[in-house]
Design a protein around this ligand. Structure first.
Ligand code: NAD
Length: 467
């Protein structure tokens, strides 16, 4: 596949600039104004994303409405054939998707494609508004598009303005796969402009949103006057509860991964670690040593575990939490401000930050209560099961948790008491995409995946026939 590029010149070297277009009614439609999209590892603008407004959203909603009767009337088998073709096309271009995603979000070079593909292959109707965040962009978008259109919906999607490239690449594959015009429309742009018009549009009765709790609040307000059907997949402040009888070596290896994978920019990442007091000192020593080995650097280097954070603003926000923790008397054991990063000169302006472990953060601190969404995790000791559960549940979020113990009865008891939509015991991120996914409390409303997505994207109708 060849990407369309416009040649531009910087003062330093000639380079190419990617210019994206909206995808409406099966056609690529240029936009008059654009947003700069940055390469997180260098801090340079490398892509122009449409800054769509009301007009583009109106056109996309109209295209989705027009395509709906024809698409809904197709049999599930016909729709499945097209989805399978789309999945095959993405699979055939996996390397290009991986490269693009790695640059856009600075992920380590391992494509989300394979996780996205089963969604397109296995997915089982109205017009839906699908809003997705910047982390894991292709995976989180296909996670919504596949079940929505498989069930006979037509959709308008608005990916994050910070990571739009793979969604745009997928639009080309939609054309090749024979997805009829208007079934999938993608409007690029910011949340306050394009997103706000989409979620407040009277002709969009259903919204599937993945993003922050703050944005979900705004979307809920905007959609309330129309009683829209909402699915909200939001942030987390995920605890790991580690008992003294856990297999510590395995637990530490997994908890480093659960804390720092993808720069901590996964909604399921662990950010609070509670360790039973008798093993706390041993755990902390080993955990900090393992975190120091978690390498941060250029994502194209396969020996690195992490790349740069998504944006300068986000890096500053994450650093701000570390500064706040220190001002509250906490100790930073590794990472930010402790271990300088060794980056080539070319990446001096990238948004890099090392894996950071903090202890001694007061319980009520914002550092312990708010989602940081970066490579930062806090470790605290606990005494007994009740205290562990109370600490783990003592936040407004309830997305994911892990429990570590060799005692099967204890693991069951604690998992049942944790206020989280997903609990992993003695592991993390072992996922069957058909299982229910979602959070409780301020981590979300509803569940997605498998049957739950099917139910969300369809309406049950009771028809009583008198003979
Ligand atoms: P965000 O809420 O800032 O943005 C998410 C999307 O909403 C973007 O496309 C954005 O443009 C759009 N948006 C922003 N304001 C809007 C508005 N007023 N109306 C309509 N749309 C609007 O979130 P983010 O920073 O892109 O993503 C990170 C957040 O997403 C974190 O909180 C993370 O935990 C969460 N997340 C949750 C899950 C999950 O499945 N629970 C998965 C991934 C990310």
């Amino acid at each position: 596949m060849s990407l369309s590029r416009t040649e531009t010149r910087s003062s330093i070297e000639p380079r190419t600039m990617l210019v994206l277009e909206n995808f409406i009614g099966g056609k690529f439609v240029p936009c008059r104004s654009h947003i700069d999209s940055y390469d997180p590892s260098t801090g340079e603008v490398y892509c122009k994303v449409p800054d769509s407004g009301e007009e583009a959203v109106e056109d996309a909603v109209a295209a989705a409405k027009e395509a709906f009767p024809g698409w809904a009337a197709q049999s599930p088998e016909q729709r499945a054939q097209i989805l399978n073709k789309l999945a095959d096309l993405i699979e055939a271009h996996l390397e290009e998707f991986a490269q693009a995603e790695s640059k856009d979000q600075d992920q380590r070079l391992q494509p989300d494609g394979p996780r996205g593909l089963p969604q397109l292959h296995h997915a089982l109707p109205s017009w839906s508004g699908l809003i997705s965040p910047w982390n894991l962009p292709l995976y989180l978008l296909t996670w919504k598009i596949a079940p929505a259109i498989a069930a006979g919906n037509t959709v308008v999607a608005k990916p994050s303005e910070m990571t739009s490239v793979t969604a745009w690449m997928m639009c080309k594959m939609m054309q090749q796969a024979g997805v009829p015009p208007g079934v999938v429309n993608v409007v690029f742009g910011t949340g306050p402009r394009a997103g706000d018009v989409l979620v407040g549009h009277p002709d969009v009765p259903l919204i599937s949103f993945t993003g922050s709790t703050a944005t979900a609040r705004r979307i809920t307000e905007r959609s309330a006057p129309y009683c829209k059907k909402l699915s909200l997949e939001l942030g987390g402040k995920n605890p790991a509860v580690i008992f003294a009888d856990a297999d510590l070596d395995r637990c530490i290896e997994t908890t480093v991964r659960s804390s720092f994978s993808n720069q901590g920019e996964i909604c399921l990442c662990t950010s609070r670690i509670y360790v039973e007091r008798s093993v706390y000192p041993v755990f902390l020593d080993k955990f900090v040593a393992a975190a120091r080995k978690w390498k941060t650097g250029v994502p194209s280097d396969a020996t690195n575990n992490n790349g740069a954070l998504i944006s300068k603003d986000h890096l500053e926000k994450v650093r701000g939490f570390v500064t706040l923790a220190k001002s509250e008397g906490a100790t930073v054991h590794c990472g930010e401000g402790v271990d300088p990063l060794d980056l080539p000169e070319r990446y001096a302006n990238g948004y890099f930050m090392g894996a950071t472990v903090i202890t001694g953060v007061p319980r009520g601190s914002r550092v312990m209560q708010e989602e940081i969404f970066g490579p930062v995790t806090c470790v605290s000791p606990f005494d007994g099961e009740d205290e562990a559960v109370a600490e783990a549940n003592g936040v407004r979020y309830g997305l994911a948790a892990t429990v570590w113990s060799r005692d099967v009865a204890k693991v069951h008891r604690v998992a049942a008491r944790l206020q989280a939509g997903l609990v992993w015991t003695n592991c993390w991120l072992v996922r069957d995409l058909m299982l229910p996914f979602g959070g409780m409390k301020m981590s979300g409303v509803g569940r997605e995946g498998g049957k739950d997505s099917y139910h969300f994207f369809t309406e049950i109708k009771t028809i009583t026939i008198k003979h």
